[in-house]
Ligand binder design. Structure first.
Ligand code: UDP
Length: 219
């Protein structure tokens, strides 16, 4: 029986990018890579990029004293659902971070975060559960980020910004800094399009695109 069994949940694009970080992190801790698998409920291959793939049902059936899972799926709503499922089964969240991540001063990061290579978090930052910061993204001073927030690669989030739960920030988006006590707010579940330049607050549930970012009207 394994003491601790580790998994990357999702063997698609996001998960395959996170697996090497998971491997590297466990190697640094001296943990055997035999105790690391992908979980994927839709993948039919038994091995992906050299790592075993189990369904969630099979993963929880493997004898182990403890199970730790990083949710490696970009869709915030899916992550929220899977986090609840794992919690109900006593499967613990697992945070994975690249070795070259820079975390500066007074950064509080919630459980299950994924920090990809070249991510920087500067000072006095609060981040909720299951945050994803993809390649080269940064979070500047005094930002407050909610639960299940996703940053695609290259997101530049400047100081005094609040991002509420389940928001998705597209690749290369640039978010203008807010003011102390008067933050720029990206509302719950909002979507910021790829390359958008966000100069003012975004209402909950809205999708914004362009420079300066404007609300995309549904037709
Ligand atoms: N998936 C899963 N269980 C779920 C929902 C999704 O195993 O309840 C898997 C799905 O089979 C797929 C992956 O998660 O392999 C999501 O991949 P997708 O390409 O949609 O997104 P990304 O990897 O970019 O986050």
């Amino acid at each position: 029986m394994s003491d601790v069994l580790y998994a990357v949940y999702g063997a698609s694009g996001c998960g395959r990018g996170i697996m090497p970080l998971a491997r590297e992190q466990l190697s640094r801790q001296g943990v055997s890579l035999d105790d690391l698998v992908f979980i994927d409920d839709g993948e039919i291959r038994r091995v992906v990029n050299g790592q075993r793939v189990l369904s969630y049902a099979d993963f929880v059936a493997v004898p182990a004293t403890e199970r730790r899972v990083v949710l490696a799926i970009a869709d915030s709503v899916v992550r929220e659902r899977l986090a609840a499922r794992c919690a109900a089964d006593g499967v613990l969240p697992w945070a994975v971070a690249a070795a070259n991540v820079v975390v500066m001063d007074d950064v509080r990061l919630g459980e299950g975060a994924v920090l990809s290579p070249f991510v920087t978090l500067t000072a006095n930052i609060r981040i909720g559960r299951h945050f994803h910061a993809n390649l080269y993204s940064y979070v500047e001073h005094d930002c407050v980020i909610g639960d299940f927030v996703t940053f695609a690669p290259g997101v530049r989030c400047n100081g005094n910004v609040v991002i509420e739960d389940l928001a998705y920030i597209g690749a290369g988006a640039l978010i203008k800094q807010g003011k102390p006590g008067q933050p720029l707010v990206i509302g719950r579940g909002a979507v910021v399009g790829m390359g958008a330049v966000v100069t003012k607050s975004v209402p909950a549930g809205a999708t914004v695109v362009g420079n300066p970012a404007r609300i995309l009207k549904k037709e």
